[in-house]
Write a protein that binds this ligand. Structure first.
Ligand SMILES: *Cc1c(COP(=O)(O)O)cnc(C)c1O
Length: 419
């Protein structure tokens, strides 16, 4: 047992007595304090986009830290925040004209839910119900857990969670039950907003659905004046092949949450974008209509400088080309696994690849994930299977050669674990 006072996230310390100590990172690689190089196959929990320590982001952070570190964001503004807000409005789906800053994905979702409820309250219509998808994940705070799927992860907190209308996950080629349930729920007239992860449910198991389905869910919400919240916390900044996943469906949500890749993964920063009607509903000489939300570090200048540098990288470097190349390499690697009976339900969305371990019996899941993780780490690959679901979500700088060696490591590790 370690004597560290640190309590790690999503970690059962009784099963994982020690943590690897990482001393540096570059590109797609981490370096442990014993010198081992570890391939970052989960982009350090889905946040790193271009690669670790992109020189332009590092330079922007250094420059900003030497000028203005932090300032209260109520009553004050600063150039990095203005640059980020203007840059985001420019690339976001049409109509998202206002930007509220916060500091994590969970907070950006909390802000989205509060904006939605505040909108209806301020225009004097009683709509307070939230709809969310089965298998959804929106964060680990009380509000976002409420919107997320219920299970072992939040059973203890159930008494604190508010009830939401649960819409079945749109299974590929069988989305009709989703549309029907959404239609029926929306018709009741008490729904404030529907929240979903566009195109892929991440923590729920990398469950992919198509753009037509997203478009139809959006159409149904529109038809019933239900606000559509797109949680792009994971999907933003190229993960799914486009800057935002919503682009692929040609939809403009009423509210959009953006976090993980916003600073290229270098610093915590999040935003919630919304349309003019939502902002305007809060605009009044009447102080009770104020949007009552803030975090101490709202729009921290250093984090904003990192995000501004990220936007600049997207404007000036061939980021989409890198994403396309990585996506093609993922497809090639997955294709090689296709005939292998150990793997099933191979699937891909943009830079994300996932599959199931076919021979793993339920109940044994958690153990396998843990052992597999350990065997992969011995081979210098960081992956974090979700139960029997293995996924590979590397930084965009990953080469074909690197990716192939990751898949080789998976094959070898699975051999060792499952035989
Ligand atoms: C990670 C994630 C969140 C929560 O973001 P944090 O920064 O971890 O609070 C919310 N929604 C989705 C879709 C996510 O993947």
């Amino acid at each position: 047992m370690t004597s560290s006072p640190i309590w790690h996230p999503f970690t059962q310390h009784a099963l994982e007595p020690s943590m690897r100590r990482i001393r540096s990172a570059e590109g797609a690689w981490l370096e442990a304090s014993d010198g081992q190089r570890i391939f970052d196959g989960v982009s350090s929990w889905w946040v790193i986009t271009h690669g670790h320590r992109h020189p332009k982001i590092v330079a922007a952070i250094e420059k900003q830290a030497a000028t203005l570190d932090q300032v209260i964001f109520a009553g004050f503004t600063h150039e990095p925040a203005e640059e980020v807000a203007a840059g985001l409005v420019e690339i976001a789906p049409k109509g998202l004209s206002h930007v509220f800053f916060s500091d994590s994905g969970s907070t950006s979702v909390e802000v989205a839910l509060k904006m939605a409820l505040g909108y209806w309250k301020n225009i004097g219509i009683k709509r307070t119900r939230i709809l969310a998808l089965e298998h959804a994940y929106h964060g680990d705070t009380i509000g976002t857990m409420s919107a997320g799927a219920r299970g072992v992860f939040n059973a203890a907190y159930e008494p604190l969670l508010f009830e939401v209308g649960r819409i079945p996950y749109p299974k590929p080629h069988h989305a009709q039950p989703t549309f029907d349930a959404l239609e029926i729920a929306c018709r009741k007239g008490d729904v404030a907003a529907f929240i979903c992860e566009p195109l892929i449910l991440g923590a729920g198991g990398m469950l992919i659905y198509d753009a037509e389905t997203l478009k139809e869910m959006h159409r149904i919400c529109r038809a019933h004046d239900v606000l559509f919240i797109a949680d792009e916390v994971m999907t933003c900044f190229g993960r799914t092949g486009t800057i935002f996943a919503c682009e692929q469906a040609g939809i403009a949500p009423d509210i959009m949450c953006v976090a993980k890749g916003l600073t290229g993964g270098s610093l915590p920063l999040a935003v919630t974008l919304c349309t003019a009607p939502i902002y305007d509903a809060h605009l009044s000489k009447d102080r009770t209509r104020t949007f009552f939300h803030s975090s101490s570090y709202t729009a921290n200048p250093i984090a904003c400088a990192a995000a501004a540098a990220n936007l600049e990288i997207w404007r000036t470097e061939p980021v989409i080309e890198r994403i396309v190349a990585l996506s093609q390499n993922q497809a090639l690697c997955l294709n090689d696994l296709q005939p292998d009976p150990r793997f099933s339900n191979l699937r891909q969305l943009g830079t994300i690849a996932a599959f199931e371990l076919s021979t793993v019996a339920p109940g044994y899941l958690a153990d396998v994930a843990l052992v597999l993780r350990a065997r992969l780490l011995e081979r210098g690959v960081l992956l974090r299977p979700l139960g029997s679901t293995v996924y590979i979500m590397p930084p965009y700088c990953t080469t074909k050669h690197e990716l192939r060696s990751v898949y080789r490591a998976i094959s070898d590790a699975v051999d060792e674990v499952l035989t």
